[in-house]
Design a protein around this ligand. Structure first.
Ligand code: RNT
Ligand code: ZN
Length: 418
């Protein structure tokens, strides 16, 4: 059976369950994933400083070939993007500005430092997303930024946040697609604090100051990212889930849910339907924690499936922005991007191929036995044939053949970086 015959057979298999495969593929082709720049260079950035990675973030592994310059990062991403079906977005951190070999502090960055990124994005036809960088900086070395007890430190970071929104809005205006600008700060405490309230009040006021400048929502969308704990903030995180949920609802920003930011058995797939009644849009940081917020490359596991099922079943595709957040330096970084992004797409496509009305009917009719039997049966549906057809349609390698291109690029380019 050739791939076309396999696809036709799979199509009729799904068709018998009332699933329109063609419609699912058409929908898939238009879903842009926000691919994070920081998998390409181990969250180092291009600030020309000797500052080490901070904020409790940890990248482990020393696989050769890390991107050391803007040109290398762009080239690596282009290789990955060409192996991922569809057109996606690139998610930059403020520390990745084009500073021309000089040093520009975080409270002095401006649109001009990102104009070459915008030129590049436009030239390859992708949108950009953005993040202020509240870590890996002398003024964040004690682990506190926007909620710092020292007003001058808070003001430094507020200025950074305000500038980042201007940069984000410029990206959105230039590229014709809103730039989601996501605030994550590391602030918190290793041990039990006496004052849990004060820093939260500081953070609330600092965020209000950052968000006070109005921008068109067609240019800029603001998001805030909550977290349960981090390395060095095990006992208290200022920007917790409750804090940011309340903030996002009251200020009408997006809430960012990172899959690695909750208790190990607490899942963001269950949070989507809970928050969508109160929030217009949300951002996801699809990640994979292994025992902790370890940011492993996303695999096609049950939670990834559940996240995407929730987005599709709730008809939230236009209101949930899918971003990625993982960083693994122990494997080829281009492959990490390709594997993680394609996995999200596979989960999404499987969700779009679900015979949801039939499953709902079983559930509503009280046939929980049938529901479980069908859920399990669908796990071995002839999905691979549909996926390969989708890749072919989008002119990218199907199956595992993309790996040949990554290996070739590794041999010709990545292995020569020392
Ligand atoms: C950290 C957050 C945040 C970062 C990136 C680099 O716990 O998940 O999103 O991973 O900003
Ligand atoms: Zn995140």
């Amino acid at each position: 059976m050739n791939t076309q015959q396999a696809y036709e057979w799979a199509r009729s298999w799904y068709g018998e369950l009332g699933v329109d495969v063609q419609a699912a593929l058409d929908r898939m082709a238009n879903i842009a994933i926000s691919i994070h720049c920081w998998q390409g260079d181990d969250v180092q950035g291009f600030e020309n400083s000797s500052q080490e990675l901070g904020g409790g973030l940890a990248v482990t592994g020393n696989y050769p070939g890390r991107a050391r310059s803007i040109d290398e990062l762009r080239s690596d991403f282009e290789v990955a993007h060409a192996l991922i079906p569809g057109t996606h977005r690139f998610n930059l951190h403020a520390s990745y500005g084009d500073f021309g070999g000089g040093q520009v502090d975080r409270d002095a960055i401006d649109v001009e430092h990102f104009s070459s990124w915008m030129d590049w994005a436009q030239s390859i036809g992708i949108g950009l997303d953005f993040n202020p960088t509240f870590f890996s900086h002398p003024k964040a070395d004690d682990g506190w930024t926007l909620s710092h007890q020292d007003r001058s430190i808070r003001e430094f970071w507020i200025e950074h946040g305000r500038r980042c929104r201007r940069i984000g809005a410029a990206m959105g205006a230039r590229l014709g697609t809103p730039c989601i600008t996501n605030v994550w700060i590391p602030d918190g405490s290793k041990d039990q604090p006496i004052d849990r309230l004060g820093p939260r009040l500081n953070l609330e006021a600092a965020l209000d100051a950052i968000f006070s400048e109005p921008f068109e929502s067609t240019h800029l969308l603001d998001a805030v990212e909550c977290k349960l704990f981090g390395i060095g903030s095990e006992s208290y995180v200022v920007g917790s889930h409750e804090f940011y949920l309340g903030y996002a609802i009251s200020r009408k920003t997006l809430l960012c849910l990172d899959a690695g930011h909750f208790h190990p058995t607490e899942v963001i797939s269950d949070k989507i339907s809970a928050v969508m009644g109160y929030l217009d849009q949300i951002l996801l940081h699809v990640s994979r924690g292994v025992r902790w917020d370890s940011d492993h490359v996303v695999t096609l596991n049950e939670e990834l499936m559940a996240i995407n099922q929730e987005i599709v079943r709730g008809r939230f595709l236009d209101r949930v922005h899918i971003g990625l957040d993982f960083f693994d330096a122990s494997i080829n970084r281009v492959a990490a991007w390709v594997i993680g992004t394609r996995n999200v797409q596979k989960a999404l496509l499987q969700a779009l191929l679900e015979p949801t009305p039939m499953l709902r009917e079983l559930e509503h009719g009280g046939d929980l036995t049938g529901r479980l039997a069908w859920q399990e049966h669908l796990k071995t549906a002839p999905f691979q044939a549909v996926w390969d057809h989708f890749c072919e349609r989008e002119e990218v390698p199907g199956g595992i053949s993309w790996l040949d291109r990554v290996r070739e690029y590794e041999q010709q380019v990545l292995s020569k970086r020392h």
